[in-house]
Design a protein around this ligand. Structure first.
Ligand code: PLI
Length: 460
């Protein structure tokens, strides 16, 4: 990339938040108290918080100014109509149902379209997404290409669907048992890996031929569009907005966690073209989220969401810099010889815990322990994305054993500088140097659903 304006932050800092460094003794105590689960740490005990990029962005002055224009009417807030207009303009969907965050949209989607005994296919699972599909009575089937399950394999579009796997599913269960195919763009659990426009078109063609809906998980859709622009022939000169609109045109609906690519701290939506689906979703949103013109968000939140999504779509330096910062950290780790998922993803660098700690069997939660060790080493908070996140098979009650056993080092948008990336890389290198002495964990408490959020552990 020779464009020098892409080599530094496309913003300057107007307000700062102090962060506190702790001592190693304090961190050892804190992680024990948190049951070796970084989700159970207090944020005050964290120095650099790379747990997630969800709801952790710094908002722009344009967004903050919009917060003052919140119309807090119970019904018909002007901020809702602005959000509807922005989403229509960028994504092209006919209808919008606001929700408090992404999983609110997933809940309403699943309850609206799934019947007991149905099958839903997707390019790898996401935790909350699959849970809502299963709670509505469906079984989930992974149809991502095999390369996505292999950390060291390079592929420009590791989020692609294996069309053969989708065809086989349709043959096995029949199209009438598959209400929709869920497409993550990019795929969080595979390492933030994008899907190509070409592959999305093929998925759409096959689904439309069979009367199956395509539902986009748009949480990080602008990052996917950025990768298409960088990597796919014919898109180099297209705007992110045009790419986004085209990508959405190959789908029938989307769920959105606005906490990611809309650069806000809370919010989400469900959008669709189908009138009947809209009617059903509107009936459900008033039960679970709030009226259909706020869906759990305050008027000011909807304004911040609309402005954040619009700004990130129209100013490509915002998304470009964000992806570049992730790449900066990833390259530092590669240079230090640390095993990570290749290629470097859009929102996070994923450490390959199986290669980092090969002496710890997956049943002793190597990624969980690695995240705990990185915290104790440095105060940097990361999270597990492996066997704990995968949970148990609801039919057998047995642990799911994913091929990917990863620690996600997730970069919040616009919140940290590259100096924070430098010290994060150093911290991980220090753990890498003493990796042979690290031991595994056992579970002492496990909730039934989404166990990674609240499970507790102790060293074996
Ligand atoms: O956290 P929510 O409910 O706003 O969104 C759920 C959700 C849906 N899809 C995808 C791809 C996500 O990444 C996602 C939430 N992700 C979180 C919280 C994360 O830390 O990655």
């Amino acid at each position: 990339m020779t464009d020098i304006s892409m080599m530094a932050e496309p913003y300057k800092i107007k307000m700062v938040e102090a962060i506190r460094m702790t001592t190693r003794a304090e961190r050892e105590k804190a992680i024990r108290k948190a049951g070796y689960n970084t989700f159970l740490l207090r944020s005050e005990d964290v120095w650099i918080d790379l747990l997630t990029d969800s709801g952790t962005a710094a908002m722009s002055d344009y967004q903050w100014a919009g917060m003052m224009l919140g119309d807090e009417a119970y019904a018909g807030s002007r901020n809702f109509y602005f959000l509807e207009e922005v989403v229509r303009d960028i994504m092209g969907y006919k209808h919008l149902v606001p929700t408090h965050q992404g999983r609110g949209a997933e809940h309403i989607l699943s309850q609206s379209l799934i019947k007991k005994g149905d099958h839903v296919a997707g390019n790898m699972y996401f935790t909350t997404t699959r849970l809502h599909q299963e709670m509505a009575g469906a079984s989930f089937h992974d149809i991502i290409i095999d390369e996505a399950h292999k950390p060291s394999v390079e592929h420009p579009f590791k989020g692609n669907v294996d069309i053969g796997k989708l065809e086989d599913l349709i043959k096995e269960f029949g199209a009438d048992k598959i209400p929709y195919v869920a497409i993550g763009a990019p795929v969080n659990m595979a390492g933030g890996q994008p899907i190509s426009m070409e592959n999305m078109k093929e998925v759409s063609r096959l689904c439309r031929k069979n009367g199956i809906k395509v539902v986009l998980d748009a949480a990080r859709v602008l990052e996917n569009c950025w990768f298409i622009k960088q990597r796919e022939k014919g898109y180099e000169k297209k705007s992110l907005k045009d790419i986004c609109r085209e990508l959405c045109s190959h789908t029938d609906a989307c769920t959105m966690s606005a906490k990611k690519d809309a650069y806000v701290n809370i919010g989400g939506w469900l959008a669709m073209n189908d009138d009947k689906f809209f009617t059903k979703a509107k009936e459900l949103v008033v039960v679970y989220e709030g009226l259909h013109t706020y869906g759990g968000m305050a008027g000011r939140d909807m304004e911040a969401v609309a402005r954040g999504f619009k700004e990130a779509t129209e100013n490509e330096y915002i998304v470009g810099w964000r992806v570049r910062q992730v790449e900066y950290l990833g390259n530092k780790l590669i240079d230090a010889g640390i095993p990570i998922v290749h290629p470097i993803g859009g929102h996070a660098v994923f450490l390959d815990a199986k290669a980092f700690l090969p002496h710890i069997p997956q049943e002793e939660y190597p990624a969980q322990m690695l995240a705990a060790e990185i915290y104790v080493e440095s105060g940097v908070r990361t999270m597990e994305r492996g066997i704990v996140s995968a949970g148990r098979d609801p039919a057998t009650g047995k642990n799911r054993t994913p091929k990917l056993e990863l620690v996600r080092v997730t970069i919040p948008r616009r919140a940290y500088t590259n100096s924070h990336m430098d010290v994060t890389a150093l911290a991980i290198e220090n753990v890498w140097k003493r990796r042979d002495a690290i031991k595994g964990l056992k579970i002492t408490y496990e909730p039934e659903a989404l166990r990674f959020f609240q499970a507790r552990f102790e060293p074996v």
